[in-house]
Design a protein around this ligand. Structure first.
Ligand code: PMP
Length: 360
């Protein structure tokens, strides 16, 4: 018998595989435009591709369980020590390691309404209690989150930018929040989309680690680095926090192919800059179209934008019939909204044309 707290979990709802959708819609798979999972429409850096293929040459070996090379590269890039890093099988794994290391039955964790769906999953899976705080204009209300912290609270999750709403909290506000959080509460700052921030939005969360030993910054290679299928993310924290998380980590949680690709991807700054440029232009292209169609959307700092259509099931079905996949977010309590990931200009055009038709 599984414990009650496991039975109470509602499963994460992943999108359907493209092959299956193509079959259902009776359209060729190649004609489908998938803008549903905030992936990088450019693919991956050629350097990462070469490294991944190279790693296949010794696939009979276990990966380096300590991720030495990737940690060295991250240390150099971020200006932190290797013992401040935790590698994960995607940053979802990092979030789960937080829950396993810092939460148990009797504890609580605070997160915002409309925040990333994996927070309650990770919290509930270890028998802890999630405290969902009402949002402020679809984003995090940091004052309310602070007020929600109880004596049994051990973790606060913040997604910046947030998924699925794309909302963004400025560095000053975050820093002020950190100074007010009790020292025995770990603040998880989930920066999965941080590479998409524009220069005016950027803030230096890594510099805060020296002042706030209860901060963990979580990042991923799934978005701007284009390695979603390989599953690699990382956490940066005080060495004691990283040590505790590494204790509960599976010894070989990141594959050798993923380690090699991520290490190489980190060195391809031009690819990263190009990804950000494509995203900025695509965001303008899509939001201009949403404005023209008279639709409301939430200004987004990520590589996706969430817009209001009312009857999202009908609009989504009409988009699917035209081979365009976006993400309904009813599961997030936003049944009137759809989330679209920013694609290449031509993919964005396909989406815009299909949406125009769906609304007609
Ligand atoms: N955090 C946020 C806010 C996300 O949107 C995602 C991806 N949907 C993740 C973490 C996890 O991504 P991954 O496990 O691929 O690193």
């Amino acid at each position: 018998q599984a414990p009650d707290y496991i039975r109470a979990i509602s499963p994460y709802q992943p999108g359907k595989p493209i092959t299956e959708l193509a079959r259902e819609m009776a359209i060729p798979e190649a004609s489908i435009v998938k803008l549903a999972s905030n992936e990088n429409p450019l693919g991956m850096s050629p350097l990462a591709r070469d490294a991944a293929l190279g790693a296949l040459g010794s696939i009979e070996r276990y990966p380096d369980g300590n991720g030495f090379a990737l940690k060295q590269a991250l240390s150099a890039r971020l200006g932190v020590k290797a013992d401040q890093l935790v590698l994960g099988n995607g940053s979802n794994d990092v979030l789960e390691l937080v829950a396993r290391a810092f939460l148990a039955p009797g504890h609580s964790a605070v997160f915002s309404r409309y925040a990333f769906a994996v927070y309650p999953l990770a919290v509930n899976a270890v028998g802890a209690r999630g405290i969902e705080v009402p949002a402020r204009r679809y984003g995090h209300d940091l004052d309310a989150m602070l007020a929600a912290i109880r004596t049994d609270t051990r973790v606060v999750f913040i997604a910046n930018p947030n998924n699925p709403t794309g909302t963004f909290i400025g560095g000053d506000e975050l820093e002020a929040f950190l100074t007010r959080v009790p020292a025995d509460v770990l603040v998880v700052l989930d920066e999965a989309y941080t590479e998409y921030l524009n220069p005016a939005q950027r803030y230096d969360s890594i510099a805060w680690l020296a002042r706030f030993p209860n901060l963990l910054v979580s990042r991923t290679f799934s978005k701007a680095y284009g390695l979603a299928g390989l599953r690699v993310g990382y956490g940066i924290a005080h060495p004691e926090v990283a040590d505790l998380m590494n204790r509960v980590r599976q010894p070989f949680n990141v594959s050798s192919v993923a380690l090699a690709a991520a290490t190489a991807a980190l060195g391809d700054e031009e690819f990263l800059a190009q990804s950000a440029r494509i995203n900025e232009r695509g965001m303008a292209q899509i939001t201009e179209a949403l404005a023209e169609l008279g639709l409301e959307w939430i200004p987004s700092a990520g590589n996706f934008v969430t817009f209001k259509v009312g009857d999202s099931a009908t609009i989504n079905a009409a988009l699917l019939r035209q081979g365009v996949i976006v993400r309904p977010i009813g599961g997030y309590g936003m049944p009137e909204w759809l989330r679209v990931s920013i694609g290449l200009p031509e993919e964005n055009n396909r989406f815009i044309a299909a949406l125009r038709q769906a609304l007609a």
